[in-house]
Design a protein around this ligand. Structure first.
Ligand SMILES: Cc1cc2nc3c(=O)[nH]c(=O)nc-3n(C[C@H](O)[C@H](O)[C@H](O)COP(=O)(O)OP(=O)(O)OC[C@H]3O[C@@H](n4cnc5c(N)ncnc54)[C@H](O)[C@@H]3O)c2cc1C
Length: 491
């Protein structure tokens, strides 16, 4: 921990998260007279809007997730730390992060929290075991292995019942992610896999899109939602609206319809894209700031300048902030973090926080692809669909992909997929299917987790308990002890 006096050191900005909010926040401070430390539990900047293409064999992970360290290589005032932030102390102005069993405490003068949202199962977390979400690289790879594995299993099935179950894919939630995934699973079975099996015809696969509400792409309005629905149905996707999923297990889902009928869909491969919940750090911040609250989705209801009450140096941006009329989309995160970086820079020259102009969101529109050559697009009052919308979607996604290499490789992969029938990323392994469950089991068992951490080269943890998270007090005490030891050495 630094012992430099405040006058002698530069303003320290800690950014938590390497998604759109975190990365753009750090980048906008490139020329500022500050030291930036970006802490994230993932080593990459993940372009979530294209995760579904990783899950369905079009793109590889590298194209949509460049290493943050490489992206920020030329930014001399930025340091990247890998670690899961387990505590923020707003009074002490410290952030505690954890990598395996090692805790690191980082001090800040200003803080940008951009830890986004995670999948929400509306209180039924056990559903995640059988219906993974679509938020991380691990989710996408697991899903790819589950989708392709289902076709492999169907080829070997010994009964029709088994074959039908394996060839039924259920996507839960008809927002943009659900629509894109359902469309791609249908194209995968109809175009890419067609003619590649002996015992089954992949075109027999059923793709069912379940939606609890009454419309596809509800927030985009009836015109575009209707267009997307018709296009999906033309591709053979079965759309079931007002269908609430009440249970999920290894072999299928239980659905309750609007009229109260409860029915069952047998399916081996299910995907959850139905809801999101703000990162737990939002609640942690709200608890330390009198008068700040989180909304029902766990997002922080921020002040007009995106800070929390009483702490004009702590900004919450992106999917973790709750601001009226700002959707949980990449643009909201980019604009929010750009605004926060500007306020921090202004503060360096003594602009008082009360003089800040409130954050204003500029809505650039929204879009979703349905299939190759077809998308829906909304820009202001303009709503359109089809090929032009698809071209607009292509251009926009290429523009926001980070890195020239990623853009070039992505264009090549899209050529292969959309003009031909093949897909470049059809590898899948057994580990991708089982790793999440295996890790959960290991983490639940402290001794196994200790052994695993030691095998990975982690330093021994306090009391030999590597997975038990050190309390912040203990972390601080440890930090002080390290500091005292360092001081003694210097002395
Ligand atoms: C499948 C999918 C498709 C989407 N499609 C679109 C689209 O087409 N258009 C669009 O505009 N938006 C889309 N979105 C939404 C968009 O991706 C998000 O709005 C955007 O990523 C939010 O940025 P963020 O920085 O707030 O959070 P994220 O991008 O989620 O980043 C959060 C970061 O915080 C890190 N983190 C989380 N917790 C911790 C912790 N405790 N300690 C340290 N680090 C932590 C994570 O590792 C990650 O780096 C999509 C989202 C998904 C999931």
């Amino acid at each position: 921990m630094s012992t430099e006096s405040v006058e002698n050191r530069r303003h320290r900005v800690v950014v938590i998260g390497s998604g759109f909010g975190g990365l753009f926040g750090a980048k906008h401070l490139k020329h500022a007279d500050v030291d930036v430390t970006l802490i994230s539990k993932t080593s990459t900047h993940l372009f979530q809007p294209l995760l579904y293409q990783v899950a369905t064999g079009i793109l590889s992970v590298g194209e949509i997730a460049p290493a943050t360290r490489l992206v920020l290589r030329k930014q001399k005032n930025a340091q990247v730390l890998l670690g899961d932030v387990i505590d923020i102390d707003v009074q002490a102005k410290t952030v505690t992060s954890q990598l395996l069993n090692q805790n690191t405490v980082t001090e800040f003068d200003s803080l940008i929290v951009a830890t986004g949202a995670q999948q929400s199962y509306f209180g039924n977390d056990k559903f995640a075991t059988y219906a993974p979400g679509m938020k991380t690289i691990d989710d996408a790879l697991e899903l790819r292995a589950r989708i392709l594995g289902a076709f492999e299993g169907a080829e070997l099935a010994t009964t029709q019942e088994m074959r039908d179950r394996l060839l039924t894919f259920v996507v839960i939630g008809a927002g943009p992610t659900g629509v894109e995934l359902a469309g791609q699973i249908a194209e995968l079975s109809d175009r890419t896999l067609e003619g590649t099996f002996h015992n089954i015809d992949p075109r027999d696969a059923r793709v069912i899109l379940l939606e609890g509400a009454g419309a596809v792409l509800g927030p985009m309005g009836p015109k575009l939602g209707g267009k997307a629905k018709r296009r999906l149905e033309k591709m053979g996707v079965e759309i079931q609206l007002n269908a609430m999923v009440t249970d999920v297990d290894a072999h299928g889902v239980t659905v309750k319809d609007a009229d109260g009928t409860v029915r069952r869909i047998e399916s081996s491969c299910k995907v959850w894209s139905a809801g999101v919940q703000g990162s737990p750090l939002g609640k942690m911040l709200a608890e330390q700031s009198e008068g700040t609250e989180v909304d029902r989705a766990g997002r922080v209801i921020v002040e007009p300048d995106l800070t929390i009450k009483g702490h004009p140096n702590i900004f919450v941006v992106g999917d973790l902030m709750s601001v009226p009329n700002v959707p949980g989309m990449a643009q909201g995160a980019i604009q929010g973090s750009t605004y926060a970086a500007k306020q921090i820079k202004a503060g360096l020259t003594d602009e008082a926080p009360q003089e800040r102009k409130p954050f204003k969101y500029f809505n650039k529109g929204s879009m979703a692809t349905v299939s190759r050559f077809s998308a829906v697009c909304q820009i202001g009052k303009l709503e359109f669909g089809g090929f032009i919308a698809w071209l607009a979607w292509l251009a926009l996604h290429l523009y926001y992909l980070v890195g020239y290499r990623s853009r070039i490789v992505t264009v090549i992969q899209w050529f292969v997929t959309f003009l031909g029938r093949s897909r470049g990323q059809m590898a899948a392994t057994e580990q991708w299917v089982f790793a999440r469950l295996a890790l959960e089991t290991v983490n639940a068992d402290e001794e196994d987790a200790d052994e695993l951490a030691a095998a990975l080269g982690a330093p021994p943890a306090e009391n030999g308990k590597s997975v038990e998270r050190l309390s912040v007090e203990k972390a601080k005490a440890l930090d002080k002890a390290h500091q005292a030891a360092a001081d003694r050495k210097v002395g």
